[in-house]
Design a protein around this ligand. Structure first.
Ligand code: THU
Length: 140
C-alpha cells in the first residue's frame, strides 16, 4: 500500500491475524480473520469464520465479530474494520456481512484488507455497499 498505515491500524491488523489463526474452517480451508474497532469501546473485537457440516450454518469472520460485540458492549457504531484472508489480492467482506455492517451506523467507515504478510487495500464501506436494505427510517 502506498498510503501510510497508522499504528492503531497495524495493531488491528495483528489482532485480525491472531483471530484468523483460530478460524474453524475444515470444509473450505479458507481462513478469515477480522478485527473491529467501535466508537466508545477501547478494545478491539476479534472474529474468525466458523464453519459447520451444514454449510449454510457457517458464520463469516466479520459477522462473528459484530455479533460478539453486541453481546459484550451493546450496539455501537463501527469506527473501522480490518479483514485478513490468505489471498494475493484484497478479499472484501461478502455482501451478507456488508448488509450486517450497515445496521451498525449509516455513516461511512474504512475497511482495511490484508493478507498474511501485509495490508493491501483500504476501502470505504460505502464504496463496497453504496445502498443498503433498511426498513427502519422510511416507512410510508
Ligand atoms: N468468509 C468470511 O469469513 N467472510 C466473508 O466475508 C466471506 C467468506 C468465510 C466463510 C467460509 O467459512 C469461507 O470464508 C469460505 O467461503
Amino acid at each position: 500500500m502506498s498510503e501510510n498505515i497508522p499504528t492503531e491500524i497495524e495493531k488491528a491488523y495483528q489482532h485480525a491475524l491472531k483471530a484468523q489463526s483460530l478460524s474453524y474452517s475444515p470444509y473450505s480451508k479458507f481462513q478469515v480473520g477480522c478485527s473491529i474497532k467501535f466508537k466508545d469501546v477501547d478494545e478491539l473485537v476479534p472474529g474468525c469464520n466458523v464453519e459447520n457440516a451444514s454449510y449454510g450454518a457457517t458464520i463469516c469472520a466479520e459477522r462473528n465479530a459484530l455479533i460478539q460485540s453486541v453481546a459484550r458492549f451493546g450496539k455501537k457504531e463501527i469506527e473501522y474494520v480490518v479483514v485478513v484472508a490468505k489471498t494475493n489480492s484484497p478479499t472484501p467482506p461478502c455482501a451478507l456481512c456488508l448488509q450486517v455492517f450497515s445496521e451498525f451506523g449509516p455513516h461511512d467507515f474504512p475497511i482495511w484488507i490484508g493478507n498474511s504478510t501485509k495490508l493491501l487495500k483500504k476501502y470505504m464501506f460505502r464504496e463496497l455497499l453504496p445502498i443498503s436494505f433498511d426498513t427502519l427510517d422510511d416507512r410510508e
